[in-house]
Design a protein around this ligand. Structure first.
Ligand SMILES: [Cu+2]
Length: 100
């Protein structure tokens, strides 16, 4: 009984339709720079540049940390709304994740 309840809660908490989106960092830019997602989706940022970058939300909702050349990080978008982000090393690198 208890196991069934726990399983039911797990299924409820992790919808099967959560999607992963890919953003490439190349040429000091995010590709794409504007990403539309559903709340609960994940985004994988991959750094294809030779220098280190980050993807850091201005509202603190996500942060890849420092990504060296060839590294990637997956972040989860948990809140609805627009989340502007930037590279914390290069202020000119900007983008926006919009979640609904
Ligand atoms: Cu950068």
């Amino acid at each position: 009984m208890r196991t069934a309840l726990v399983l039911a809660l797990l299924v409820f908490a992790m919808p099967a339709y959560a999607a992963n989106h890919a953003v490439q960092i190349k040429g000091m830019k995010f590709h794409p720079a504007k990403i539309s997602v559903a709340v609960g989706d994940t985004i994988t940022f991959k750094n294809a540049d030779s220098m280190t970058h980050t993807a850091t939300a201005l509202d603190g909702s996500f942060d890849t940390g420092q990504l060296a050349k060839g590294k990637s990080a997956k972040v989860k978008i948990s809140a609805a709304g627009a989340h502007p982000f930037k590279c914390s090393i290069h202020a000119s690198m900007k983008g926006t994740v919009t979640a609904k």
